[in-house]
Design a protein. Structure first.
Lengths: 111, 113
């Protein structure tokens, strides 16, 4: 059973701080990794994808990938109350190509 | 969401009745997916399709069937609804490249009473 694990939270950070969200996965052959944001009552929205070891930056978001440790993270700099949402980590299966989702981490940014 | 719509958005149904949820896309994508989302379980794959009339089971397929007679439509049927199928159902589509993520529909909130 291929698994994607996330701390369910809630993770609470003050406005302006860095929020760090973590994800581990079991399928060592996985090549593509995705972060989705889901506001309460809404559908998941893709915010980042990464497939090479290291960091990938997009505005206030940085995705970090370490395939040797089977670990992917999302950093949100200068967190804003509007970043309060559940963040889902997804890993593409090496065989078949389907996405396997973690349970999500609830982030709360306090003004 | 742009290019993908789900209907209905909300539905209440009685135990034992069949229910069909519809997913419609205008992107001409080959791959379509049905997920359910429940507290504590995240998104779980029910069924998926990789082309017209080509479908396969996901991890929680028991009690569900699907059909895809046209590229744009992917139907999910609960053959005899049970209370354990009360959930939010999301349809998703994926473009042709493996580094594409999924685009999700707005979801259907189904309550089985």
């Amino acid at each position: 059973q291929k698994e994607v694990e996330q701390n369910s939270g809630p993770l609470s950070v003050p406005e302006g701080a860095i929020a760090s969200l973590n994800c581990t996965y079991s399928d060592r052959g996985s090549q593509s990794f995705f972060w989705y944001r889901q506001y309460s009552g809404k559908s998941p929205e893709l915010i980042m994808f990464i497939y090479s070891n290291g960091d990938k930056e997009d505005g206030r978001f940085t995705a970090q990938l370490n395939k040797a440790s089977q670990y992917v993270s999302l950093l949100i700099r200068d967190s804003q109350p509007s970043d309060s949402a559940t963040y889902l980590c997804a890993v593409r299966e090496n065989q078949g190509g389907k996405l396997i989702f973690g349970q999500g981490t609830e982030l709360s940014v306090k003004p | 969401d742009a290019g993908i719509t789900q209907s209905p958005r909300h539905k209440v149904t009685e135990t034992g009745t069949p229910v069909t949820l519809r997913c419609h896309q205008t992107e001409n994508h080959r791959y379509m997916y049905w997920y359910r989302q429940d507290p504590g379980h995240g998104l779980r794959l029910i069924h998926y399709s990789y082309g017209v009339k080509d479908t396969d089971k996901g991890e929680v397929s028991d009690g569900y069937s699907v059909s895809r007679s046209k590229t744009e439509d992917f139907l999910l049927t609960l053959e005899s609804a049970t209370s354990s199928q009360t959930s939010v159902y999301f349809c998703a589509i994926r473009g042709p490249r493996l580094d594409y993520g999924y685009t999700f529909g707005s979801g259907t909130r189904l309550t089985v009473v």
